[in-house]
Write a protein that binds this ligand. Structure first.
Ligand code: APR
Ligand code: PHB
Length: 389
């Protein structure tokens, strides 16, 4: 098989890039290790920046999102028993789109099918060859048969555990990492959300988040220990603990019900530099991970996609490779700002077991300053709603 761009991974990064390239007449094949059903079974955050939403529109897959999503003009931050509204619209004139990543991935899959794009699911043992030359190649196995794709470029959109980043020579990559000493226990439940907007809670008992997918579907999180298992947290214990972390008015609005999904995610910050090696380009979670506190994972993946899409269009349509040469630098400049924001939101809102009394007082002062300063709130709003591309 021969294509212009071989895309490894059919998560949001790979599918969005594939769709944008198809629109420009640039051929591509997406290789995915799992089945489509498996890809759709993964639950991730549901906050979409304006720029990400516009990119989905540009890819021709934004229609259902525009129809079914909720538009949020702010968030609430709960601290010391009181809730404070952060009014994004008033501070910076923009808000965010609330739409589940699962639905967005489904829209991308439907769009790709309609555009006649080739996706190979259950592609086993993908291997990348010749990235440092001008004729890269991806090999894989399907139904026990060895297959090969010749291409001009490889987009490594295969997430944190993918093969692309590990195909770099070790000496060509520098990784930066922070592992946080806690996890997030999340549940999905068919109940209306606690409030009209998301509530981020800093409580002495640990962080909590009341989020949503729609007016009937809630997504709720608790900071938990890294050693906790899902079995340790029957629904009753989850709701009881969440109610204790919320203020009385919010706790009174918490509607309990049987959870339809429950999982624990570790929190990690990670960046690999540079994001390219020869003709291999890393995109999204393959190159960087953020803790979910700033809801930046999907949006950072989308900005990488934007830069590499523009670079490839420059190569094929404009005859210029400046965008390809500049890809890693441009993407990383935005990545590090989102890493900083996600780390700072995580530091501000969680209880850290190793922190002493001084550290806790500093955290309180940080929150009090944030909530009393229009300048600090504007900075939060600007980062949460999304920095420019
Ligand atoms: N061969 C083929 N596919 C692979 C391989 C491999 N060796 N390794 C991983 N994959 C696939 C995974 O099965 C997954 O479907 O690559 C895909 C990567 O998708 P994500 O992990 O979702 O990464 P990305 O598309 O960059 O998503 C960025 O969306 O999923 C969230 O947390 C993520 O919010 C972030 C954003
Ligand atoms: C979610 O809805 O899953 C969600 C929302 C905001 C976050 C993290 C997760 O910061």
């Amino acid at each position: 098989m021969r294509t212009q761009v071989a895309i490894v991974g059919a998560g949001p990064s790979g599918l969005l890039l594939g769709q944008l390239l198809l629109k420009e007449g640039i051929s591509n094949v997406v290789l995915e290790r799992q089945t489509a059903e498996h890809v759709l079974s993964r639950i991730r955050a549901g906050i979409i920046e304006t720029g990400t939403a516009e990119l989905l529109d540009a890819a021709g897959v934004g229609e259902r999102m525009r129809r079914e999503s909720l538009l949020h003009d702010g968030i609430e931050i709960a601290f010391a028993g009181a809730r404070h509204r952060v009014n994004f619209r008033d501070l910076i004139g923009r808000g965010v789109v609330v739409y589940g990543q699962t639905e967005l991935t489904r829209d991308l899959m439907v769009g790709r099918e309609a555009a006649g794009g080739t996706t190979v699911y259950q592609a086993q043992d993908a291997r990348l060859h010749g990235m440092d030359g001008s004729h890269p190649r991806v090999t894989y196995r399907q139904d026990g048969i060895e297959r090969s794709i010749d291409c001009d470029f490889i987009a490594g959109c295969d997430g944190f555990h993918g093969v692309s980043r590990s195909s770099f020579p070790q000496s060509a990559l520098t990784c930066y990492e922070r592992i946080y000493p806690f996890g997030w226990l999340g549940i999905m439940v068919h109940q209306p959300p606690v409030s009209d907007e998301l509530i981020y809670v800093n409580s002495e008992r640990g962080f909590a988040l009341c989020s949503m997918r729609s007016r009937r579907l809630s997504r709720l999180y608790l900071q938990c220990s890294v050693d906790d298992r899902v079995e340790d947290w029957p629904d009753e214990r989850f709701y009881d603990e969440l109610a204790r972390r919320l203020d009385p008015a919010a706790a009174a609005r918490l509607q309990t019900g049987k959870s339809i999904e429950k999982s624990i995610a570790p929190l990690r910050s990670f960046v690999a530099e540079p994001m390219c090696y020869g003709r291999l380009f890393l995109v999204g979670d393959a190159a960087h991970i953020v803790p979910p506190t700033g809801a930046k994972g999907l949006n950072l993946a989308a900005s990488d996609v934007y830069y590499i899409w523009q670079a490839l269009v420059g190569h094929y349509r404009g005859g210029s490779d400046t965008g390809l040469k500049e890809y890693s630098r441009r993407a990383l400049a935005r990545v590090w700002k989102a890493e900083r924001f996600s780390w700072s939101m995580t530091s501000l809102l969680h209880q850290f077991p190793e922190r002493n009394g001084f550290d806790r007082r500093i955290q309180e002062a940080d929150l009090e300053y944030l909530l009393s300063s229009r300048a600090a709130l504007t900075s939060l709003a600007e980062n949460y709603v999304g920095l420019p591309l």
